[in-house]
Design a protein around this ligand. Structure first.
Ligand code: SER
Length: 340
């Protein structure tokens, strides 16, 4: 059996870490890991090749494409929502132009290799935009095709990139009179907020949950930037990695959509605080809502309907809220910060 080659962009980020660990445990593949910043040593050792560079550098991507035959591209690199609001122009370049560069590479590779190249894309609940809290509370779980009116540039970038993926996946099907030899098999999941014990996100708006946990574990004070009643869906990082791998492995004919919601649990900020409070003595948390970040979170749905993912590719999270904290997050952060 030939060894597969996998390209991962944004490899040094939160999802990248977990994904590289899982893929390298599976074995049988070469991981080409790319990031703007040098990749951490623990992850570096698991990769076949490390590329430090920018996804906006088309020349670098083209060179990579001539040097490898990729089977699958996991395009994880992105600027998250809070940071993107501060630098919308940069966000557009990284999140849209960068994604376009990667999709072009996937098309080139599929034509050269004469086969399907899988393109796995983490989208986000930020693609949804609820107009106000009353609507958010009323609608509860949103389906994939509802409320696609994002308020943030990040949500707009993600939604547009989903559409680009659909376009590139269908492009040659529409053009070629003959059955095409190569295609881009674009598949995306819309992630809720993710909580990892191993890493902290940077520049996201769902960061209040992981930050509250890590600061409590480090015994440091934390000002939570959303109200106590704020509610969005969350997921433990191991389940997010499982979702990417399961979607990647699903037989094409089972997939009725290109983009799927995935959910796990949807606590309020207060419920997260209460669960952390049980594990760490007297966490020093104050709730001071930040006007801008609160507005972003209030426009995201309180929950997602992920029944299509259940049905099509047997998606089920391993961790509900209690299990996420009791079996994964709390023991792992205790170990990380060496708390007895
Ligand atoms: N977690 C991301 C953010 O907060 C949303 O996908 O920006």
């Amino acid at each position: 059996m030939s060894i597969k080659t996998i390209l991962i962009t944004g490899a040094n980020g939160e999802i990248g870490h977990g994904l590289i660990e899982q893929l390298s445990e599976q074995g049988g593949m070469h991981i080409v890991a790319m990031d703007m910043v040098p990749i951490e040593e623990s992850i570096r050792l698991r990769c076949h090749r490390i590329v430090t560079g920018d996804i906006l550098d088309s020349h670098l991507l083209e060179t990579l494409s001539t040097e490898h035959n990729f089977d699958t591209i996991y395009h994880l690199a992105a600027l998250l929502s809070t940071r993107a609001e501060r630098q919308p122009n940069l966000a557009h370049r990284v999140n849209v132009d960068g994604s376009l560069n990667l999709l072009e590479i996937a098309v080139t590779q599929s034509r050269l290799q004469g086969r399907e190249i899988k393109f796995i894309y983490p989208s986000s609940i930020a693609v949804y935009g609820l107009p106000d809290i009353a609507t958010k509370q009323r609608v509860g779980k949103v389906k994939e095709d509802q409320w696609l009116t994002p308020r943030t540039i990040y949500g707009i970038n993600k939604l547009y990139t989903e559409q680009l993926g659909r376009y590139y996946a269908n492009f040659y099907r529409q053009l070629d009179a003959e059955p095409p030899k190569g295609q881009v098999d674009f598949r995306g999941v819309r992630f809720p907020g993710l909580i990892s014990a191993a890493t902290l996100p940077t520049g996201g708006t769902s960061d209040f949950a992981p930050e509250m946990l890590h600061m409590a574990a480090k015994n440091k004070p934390y000002t939570c930037f959303v109200r106590e009643d704020t509610c969005i869906p969350f997921m433990a990082m191991p389940d997010a990695i499982t979702a990417l791998l399961k979607l990647q492995a699903a037989p094409r004919e089972k997939l009725t959509r290109m983009i799927y919601n995935v959910g796990a649990f949807n606590p309020s900020a207060l419920e997260i605080f209460q669960i952390i409070q049980k594990a760490f003595p007297k966490p020093d948390v104050t709730f001071t809502s930040d006007y801008r970040r609160q507005a972003i979170i209030d426009s995201w749905p309180a929950d997602v309907d992920d029944s299509a993912a259940h049905r099509d590719w047997d998606w089920w999270p391993k961790y509900n809220m209690e299990q996420s904290f009791a079996e994964y997050l709390i023991p792992a952060v205790r170990k990380r910060y060496a708390i007895k």
